[in-house]
Design a protein around this ligand. Sequence first.
Ligand code: CP
Length: 320
Amino acid sequence: MPAHPQLDSQGNLKHLLTTEGLPRRLIEQVLETADQFVSIGEREVKKVPLLRGKSVFNLFFENSTRTRTTFEIAAKRLSADVINLNIGASSTSKGESLLDTIDNLAAMDADMFVVRHHSSGAPYLIAQHVKPGVAVVNAGDGRHAHPTQGLLDMYTIRHYKKDFTRLTVAIVGDVLHSRVARSQIHALTTLGVPEVRVIGPRTLLPADVERLGVKVFHDMKRGLEGADVVVMLRLQNERMNGPLLPSAQEFFKTYGLTADKLARAKPDAIVMHPGPMNRGVEIDSPIADGTQSVILPQVTFGIAVRMAVMSLLGAGGRHE
Ligand code: CP
């Protein structure tokens, strides 16, 4: 795999696989391009012809509500033809390999694959395999990365807080299994956020997480002190090998976001969650639905950010 598997020789985006090592200028280019698409989303006719004649294949080997749907909306607003492969009803159940599936879809003139897979690295494998000019977007691979979620979270933070270089961002909960947290941390540090904190029990934080440039807290109230942004994460029970916690109730007591814990953050702190949320486990309902919550705007911004990513990839990384 070359040093920059997602960039071409001119440094333009040819795939989007991870926010790790993604240059600041490209992250900013995505956010600025998304600004234009937010305004298109406010029009009566929400379509532009940037991907007219292109075929986008959504391949979701893991379940999804937000990511799959917003990718479909984004591609349709860009006028692409969108094909949602129903993996459960596809010939993968007859033993067809991932790359054979890709080859067959490529033979139908696919221009872009949007891939969610339970195995970390699956989108990289596909990106290495497809012919030049076909783009691959990672829509979440195992515990590894969820770059468009990371980018839409940056868009949301920038929308409410403007200047990344003055922020304290706290990421709380099951960081160990969270591809979202990893994508956020890489993007936040690249954008110059001076303090990124991770908060959780030892069993749910990666042993070497400080290597990513974050501060570790096990005491949630201390970790939230003075935070501008609070990101809550779901307990990913499906990725846990055996119990890592006494119980969900115990977790909520110690690490669930409640009004008394949120009071430690700045009064104008925003509360984020990539979804799906488990109310009463990592977040209390009044907080999820409260005035500081920007959880639903995150979803809406996801359309514009995914339009930005797909339009940049469709234009060979250059925006006309
Ligand atoms: N945030 C996120 O990836 O949600 P979905 O699993 O519903 O796509």
